[in-house]
Design a protein around this ligand. Structure first.
Ligand SMILES: Nc1ncnc2c1ncn2[C@@H]1O[C@H](COP(=O)(O)OP(=O)(O)OP(=O)(O)O)[C@@H](O)[C@H]1O
Length: 269
């Protein structure tokens, strides 16, 4: 396992917002965390990188590649967050400084975390832009000159720049139209194939879960009520809440004779 969360509780004063959540993510997995709005998905992701709002406290254990993240020294967690664990958020605008060109954003990450020369940093930034299907000319553009889909692609390239072991993708397609959202996820899937990074994928959208995830955890009111492989969870959900979420998802079309997960049904009636 690359990440094991054990009995994670997040509190605001006396109130538990996340209660004893446990989940284990195998290396290289695309692990979907689903649940209705307000169930605690974002706070769980924030707790991993010690990024919780200051009024909240976390307890329990979070092991990442054998190191305990909760209570880790600030300089160590900052170093991990830059290199081994990276985040992409729904609000991609928040990842950019408006008066800095796109190239400067890449340069800053490389300057902070590597000893690469200025020439090398520029070359790596240009390669990163090309790797996400964008033109090198965007290196000199300002964030406001890019579309939402382009900016979100750049945030993914920035997040993957230092080849992290774990990418936390929190509702990364929510602010995009469905075509751009689809392009982003295709891109992420191909980058995952190239880099082997593990993805914690927070989403509301079961169509994306069905298409990309290989494992799923379902969160309800701060608790993980069910987790397992995509096939087992989609085709044989145990918890009533999981069944309700799947049934109320917009459409999960399945051809006759196939299960929701895409597996062929054995002996369909
Ligand atoms: N700083 C905070 N102090 C107190 N409560 C908070 C704080 N931040 C979030 N919450 C509450 O914690 C709960 C979980 O929030 P969280 O953002 O993790 O939900 P979520 O599942 O990610 O929802 P969404 O899908 O809408 O992003 C919500 O009820 C939210 O109002």
């Amino acid at each position: 396992m690359i990440l094991s969360i054990d009995q994670l509780t997040v509190r605001s004063g006396q109130q538990n917002i996340i209660q004893q959540a446990s989940l284990s993510i195998p290396k290289g997995a695309w692990y979907a965390l689903v649940g209705q709005s307000g169930s605690g998905k974002t706070l769980l992701a924030q707790a991993l990188g010690q990024m919780l709002p200051p009024n909240l406290t976390a307890s329990g254990r979070i092991q990442f590649k054998g190191e305990e993240l909760l209570g880790m020294a600030p300089e160590r967690i900052r170093a991990l967050r830059g290199r081994s664990i990276s985040y992409v958020f729904q609000d991609y605008h928040g990842s950019f400084t408006p008066f800095r060109r796109i190239g400067q954003h890449f340069d800053e990450v490389l300057k902070t975390h590597t000893t690469a020369s200025p020439g090398d940093r520029k070359r790596q930034a240009l390669e990163a832009l090309v790797s996400i299907g964008l033109g090198e000319e965007l290196y000199s553009s300002y964030p406001s000159q890019l579309s939402g889909g382009q900016l979100q692609r750049v945030s993914i390239a920035l997040a993957l720049l230092l080849s992290p072991d774990l990418l936390i993708a929190d509702e990364i397609t929510t602010a995009l139209d469905s075509v751009s959202g689809h392009t982003i996820l295709q891109l992420l899937a191909s980058r995952q194939q190239q880099t082997g990074c593990t993805i914690l994928f927070i989403t509301h959208d079961w169509r994306h879960v069905k298409r990309y995830a290989d494992r799923i955890a379902v969160m309800k009111s701060g608790e993980i009520v069910e987790s397992g492989s995509k096939h087992v969870l989609l085709d044989h959900p145990k918890h009533p809440y999981t069944r309700m979420l799947i049934q109320s998802s917009p459409t999960l079309p399945t051809p006759k004779g196939y299960l929701l997960s895409g597996l062929k049904e054995v002996n369909p009636e």
